[in-house]
Design a protein. Structure first.
Length: 59
């Protein structure tokens, strides 16, 4: 398969893709950001808790 045929096939395949709507992209992005912030807060809280416990044990 040569390069030209590959590019034609790629273009044809991309024409068949069902692209998400703008609103779907916004909703998905919001969900990911909320999850990342929540996970960050959980990890921060656990790190603080375990850090405090370890300092107490070592003193």
């Amino acid at each position: 398969m040569n390069l030209i045929q590959y590019l034609r096939d790629s273009r044809a395949e991309l024409a068949r893709v069902t692209w998400p709507t703008r609103q779907q992209v916004i909703d998905g992005t919001q969900a990911v950001l909320i999850f990342v912030v929540a996970l960050t807060l959980i990890v921060f809280a656990m790190d603080s808790l375990f850090g405090t416990l370890i300092r107490q044990v070592l003193q």
